[in-house]
Design a protein around this ligand. Structure first.
Ligand code: COA
Length: 384
């Protein structure tokens, strides 16, 4: 399976190739293979433990499928893995014509082909088959029995996945350097622990508000709107990842407990996680999601922007405390960009061309939902 390099590899368009869910041992074999690309500072065995730990999280334990492209003539558990990836089922909202529905979607990740098998069309074949399979995979209990969209985050630019229907969406970010200096007179924020994030960013009230906003927007413009539901499970998954790294790489230190920051008066909140890379330069504190009410007057706007700036300062400090090089957040709104300008006017919006390109495959048109779709809350929490 993992060691085999058959003398005659099948061609990428061979009718003998099939895309199937991996058996338990094939899943481990595929993790071992892709460890070359993604284990980062962990050794292979610890990387496998990380993957098993993440699989047990609420977000993924029922909805994760590890897919392998194999030759149908080979026996289960001893098949040569030609290419592999994962899909994660998630809850989402779909709004169109004054109606909001809860739907399911899939995120695709860990697309991989071992170096010696590359360029033979295996990843392409896998994605061609996967794109179709995910339209109905795990959708038995759905009212529509089909997905209307799936997403992935490409690290290899905008073209490769587009050929299978995953179109690139806006993929921008801003970063601020980590800093050990104080709040700079920018107001006092409250540290958020896990339960605070649940209350301030994931409560029924917050999710209902999102639903209402999507409803109103769907009455105002014709195109469908989707959002991956920013439920607490997402945050817990990201934190399971950061805590796993922290425990393994910094065993002498208590795992990180500050999971975000907020300002109760301005009602602005964010949740973050720490991403540990191979070098301190690769360590990034990502803001996973922001929650605030759209201001209705210039005075309200000032309150919100000032609070965001103070929260960003707090994030910079937290990044510094954890030996991260920077704080980063995806697709900042104009208000958040104003707040960044208060913290550091030199910072610019970056449009990514290669890494973490948010891509969405829309199949709603065939279901009468129109040609276009707007992706709401295209923030880092959606990444898997
Ligand atoms: C990307 C990857 C899965 C492609 O696997 P593969 O089986 O060699 O791909 P295929 O033979 O089916 O397709 C080759 C195509 O992929 C494109 N491709 C491969 N690597 C690429 C890269 N880093 N950037 C852009 N395109 C790339 C090639 O340009 C080629 O396109 P062409 O047919 O138009 O010439 C493989 O190179 C890999 O595992 N890379 C490391 C992990 C990774 O980056 N995964 C993607 C995460 S989003």
């Amino acid at each position: 399976m993992i060691a085999a390099e058959p003398p005659n590899l099948p061609s990428g368009d061979s009718p003998d190739l099939i895309l199937v869910p991996a058996t338990a041992s094939e899943r481990i074999a595929s993790i071992r293979l892709n460890s070359v690309a993604w284990k980062g500072p962990l050794d292979v065995e610890t990387y496998i433990q990380r993957e098993n730990h993440l699989l047990q999280q609420r977000l993924t334990r029922d909805g994760l499928t590890c897919w392998v492209l194999v030759d149908r003539r080979e026996a289960e558990d001893s098949r040569t893995i030609l290419s592999s990836c994962e899909s994660y089922r998630k809850s989402a909202l779909l709004a169109r014509d004054g109606r909001v529905e809860k739907v399911s979607t899939h995120g695709v990740g860990s697309v991989y082909c071992r170096p010696e098998f590359r360029g033979k069309g295996y990843a392409k074949r896998m994605l061609e088959e996967l794109s179709v399979k995910l339209e109905t995979w795990g959708m038995e209990k759905e009212e529509r029995r089909r997905s209307v969209f799936t997403v992935l985050f490409s690290d290899i630019g905008k073209k490769f996945y587009a050929q299978f229907g995953w179109r690139p969406f806006v993929s921008s970010h801003m970063s601020l350097k980590a800093t050990g200096t104080g709040s700079g007179g920018m107001g006092v924020t409250r540290d958020l622990f896990a339960e605070d994030v649940q209350k301030c960013l994931c409560s029924e009230v917050v999710l209902d508000k999102l639903r209402d906003q999507m409803l109103v927007a769907s009455r105002e413009s014709g195109s469908a709107k989707i959002a991956i539901l920013p439920n607490f499970d997402h945050f817990v998954w990201h934190w399971a990842r950061e805590e796993f790294y922290a425990e393994n790489l910094m065993p002498e230190r208590e795992p990180p407990v500050v999971k975000g920051a907020g300002d109760d008066r301005a009602r602005v909140y964010c949740a973050w996680n720490r991403n540990f890379g191979e070098t301190p330069e690769d360590n990034v504190l990502y803001i996973l999601r922001w929650v605030y009410d759209e201001p209705t007057s210039p005075a309200e706007e000032e309150v919100v922007v000032t609070a965001m700036a103070a929260i960003l300062r707090r994030a910079q400090q937290e990044a510094h405390e954890w030996n991260m090089s920077k704080v980063e957040f995806w697709n900042p709104t104009p208000l958040l960009q104003k707040a960044v300008a208060l913290v550091d006017p030199r910072v610019e919006l970056v449009h990514r061309e290669k890494d973490s390109i948010s891509c969405l495959r829309w199949t709603g048109e065939e279901q009468g939902l129109g040609k276009d779709v707007e992706w709401w809350l295209n923030e880092k929490y959606t990444w898997c």
